[in-house]
Structure formats: structure tokens, C-alpha cells
Design a binder for this molecule. Structure first.
Ligand code: HEC
Length: 132
């Protein structure tokens, strides 16, 4: 009987510890996942605008601005990494591409495609090295 009770207590404590651990792991990834989810959604939106031939500044600027603002959160969301210096470099490169896009909004869809490709290269460069 005693062994049974101790066994049950052990199981309950084990289950609770697993729950606590899983919860803290989830909280640890919510921030980086959130930053990337917003960036992914904005890039998708931009891509759709271009496909629909809607390339006025009013179509593109809000999304480019959101991307620029959220990209400030790359370092706080992901650091420390296995190579912080390189991560910060990729993050800065992306911000530079977005700064250029925000300060000179593309005049037409052809120009917008060039801008988006540049931004997208900034995403991919970092993903190549840091996305597992
Ligand atoms: C400086 C580094 C860096 C930059 C720049 C960056 N990302 Fe990421 N991204 C990551 C890392 C690291 C992961 C993997 C996260 C993980 O596995 O928890 C990731 C994952 C993602 C994911 C998760 C889904 C998937 O494909 O697995 C999306 C979507 C995403 N990024 C979109 C973007 C977009 C869009 C941009 C550019 C506008 C961008 N990222 C720029 C580092 C970056």
C-alpha cells in the first residue's frame, strides 16, 4: 500500500514537473516565433500586393514600416545565439534594406519587386545560418 502511494505521488510530481518544463519552453519560444510570424505575414502580404499589381505607396508602405519596426526586435528575441556577431550583422543588413525601402517607396511594381527581393535576401541570409 505504502509503495503504491509513494508511486502515485511520484507520478503526480513527475507530471507536474513535465507541465512546468513544457510551459517554460513554450514561453521561451513565443517571442522569437511571434517576431518571425509577423515578418512572414507581412512579406506574404507584400507578395500578394505585387501579384495583384497593387504597388502604390499606400499599398506597400504600411507593411514595409511594420517590417522595419519589428526588425528592431530580432536581437532581443533571439540572442544569445551560437554566433551573436553574425546574427547582429544579418539583422542590421535587413534593417538597412528596409530603411532604403521605407525612405524611397518603390514607384511601380517592377521597382517594388527589386525592393522585395532585396528584403527577402536579407531574410534568407540569416535563415541559411540560423534556422535549424
Ligand atoms: C537575423 C536573423 C533573421 C532574419 C534577418 C530573419 N529571420 Fe526569420 N528566422 C530566424 C530564425 C533563427 C528562425 C528559426 C526560429 C526557430 O526555429 O525557432 C526563423 C524562422 C522564421 C519563420 C518560421 C517558419 C519557418 O519557416 O520555419 C518565418 C516565417 C520567418 N523566419 C520569416 C522571416 C522573414 C519574412 C524575414 C525577413 C523579412 C526573416 N524571417 C528574417 C532568423 C531570422
Amino acid at each position: 500500500m505504502r509503495t503504491l502511494i509513494v508511486g502515485v505521488i511520484g507520478l503526480v510530481v513527475g507530471a507536474l514537473c513535465t507541465l512546468i518544463l513544457m510551459n517554460s519552453l513554450r514561453q521561451g519560444t513565443a517571442y522569437p516565433n511571434g517576431v518571425m510570424a509577423v515578418m512572414g505575414a507581412q512579406m506574404k502580404g507584400l507578395d500578394q500586393s505585387l501579384k495583384q499589381n497593387r504597388c502604390a505607396a499606400t499599398d506597400l508602405s504600411p507593411r514595409l514600416q511594420t517590417l522595419r519596426h519589428v526588425s528592431n526586435d530580432l536581437e532581443p528575441a533571439f540572442l544569445p545565439t551560437q554566433d551573436d556577431e553574425r546574427f547582429i550583422q544579418y539583422a542590421s543588413d535587413l534593417r538597412a534594406a528596409l530603411d532604403a525601402a521605407v525612405s524611397t517607396p518603390p514607384a511601380d511594381c517592377a521597382a517594388a519587386r527589386v525592393v522585395l527581393d532585396r528584403v527577402s535576401n536579407g531574410c534568407q541570409a540569416c535563415h541559411r545560418d540560423f534556422k535549424g
